[in-house]
Write a protein that binds this ligand. Structure first.
Ligand code: ADP
Length: 305
């Protein structure tokens, strides 16, 4: 039986421009290129888990516009089960992304249909949660739905991952006890903990605070510095692979999807973190969100044997 991962989250059409640098307020810049690319943190993590070996179901909402059909088709092309990708009235979610020559990005998201993913939609597909090994949520869909799903996952005894992205402040206190793995990046760890996070040491302090709040285990991703694992007993730093970064869009999503797929397949936490980091490092060497996510064979070819 392949490992089963269920992702509850967003599907966005990414409208991606490349420019020499990011525009300042009120400034108009001439860009170098434009493309529409399927994205959204939920869909990206679903694609990552699928390419990296898991059998994946997606629970989410798309609009009744052309983007909705393209978003669904992109997931179906990855053999992702889309029975729970629900079409609602109005526009699909979109993300306006600018990537500059040094691979920094700047992103504006309009939730659109993602804002219509109500707890009832998740309840209608409870059988998928029951069949899951690992359940992944992010914060691009209504908070009420995320909280509901985390608790349902915990009640079913599943491994529950929350990637708290994007984060603008602390999480509801009653969520923590339903989270097995909380996976923030530096700015999210800072928003959640109220502490500055810009180094390994400060990531340790933030992770400790999140574990004290009740999270089972915390993995703070630190970009080119890799990631920090904390479980309440201690910390382990996993350095990133050294690669030439072209576009860091979806690095975190690739890590989360890869980590979940490896964990669902029965790998240890440390193996799953290393696997996620190889996948994420490969993704930053390629442009775009979903197009940049590597396959299982890409990762196996890259791993030292
Ligand atoms: P996010 O995309 O959510 O901001 P990070 O930037 O922390 O997430 O990246 C997630 C993971 O991707 C990191 O833990 C690391 O393993 C990998 N990664 C990100 N940037 C690089 C890089 N420049 N070189 C190698 N690995 C990277």
């Amino acid at each position: 039986m392949p490992a089963r991962v269920v992702v509850i989250g967003s599907l966005n059409m990414d409208l991606v421009t490349r420019a020499e640098r990011l525009p300042r307020a009120g400034e108009t810049l001439v860009g170098q290129s434009f493309a529409t690319v399927s994205g959204g943190k939920g869909a990206n993590q679903a694609v990552a888990a699928a390419r990296l070996g898991a059998q994946v179901s997606m629970i989410g909402c798309v609009g009744g516009d052309g983007y909705g059909e393209q978003l669904r088709a992109a997931l179906l092309a990855e053999q992702i089960d889309c029975q729970a990708v629900t079409t609602v009235e109005g526009s699909s979610g979109v993300a306006l992304i600018v990537v500059d020559d040094s691979s920094q990005n700047s992103i504006v998201i309009v939730a659109g249909a993602n804002g219509r993913l109500a707890p009832e939609v998740v309840n209608a597909f409870d059988a998928l949660l029951q069949a899951a090994d690992v359940i992944i949520c992010q914060l691009e869909v209504p908070m009420q739905t995320v909280g509901h799903t985390l608790k349902r996952g915990r009640a079913l005894g599943k491994t529950v991952i929350l990637n708290p992205a994007p984060a603008s402040g602390p999480l509801p206190a009653d969520w923590y006890s339903s989270i097995d793995y909380l996976i923030p990046n530096e700015s999210e760890a800072s928003a959640l903990s109220g502490l500055p996070v810009d180094s390994l040491q400060s990531a340790e302090a933030a992770a400790s605070r999140l574990i004290a709040a009740g999270a089972g285990k915390v993995i703070v991703t630190l970009g080119a510095q890799g990631s920090l694992f904390a479980n309440g007993q201690g910390f382990e730093h996993f350095p990133a692979l050294k690669v030439k970064a072209l576009d860091t869009t979806a690095a975190g999503d690739t890590f989360v999807g890869g980590f979940a797929a490896a964990l669902a397949a029965g790998q240890s936490e440390a193996e799953a973190i290393r696997f996620g980091q190889i996948a994420a490092a490969l993704s930053v060497t390629r442009a775009g969100a979903q197009p940049s996510i590597p396959t299982l064979s890409d990762v196996q070819a890259f791993s030292p044997s």
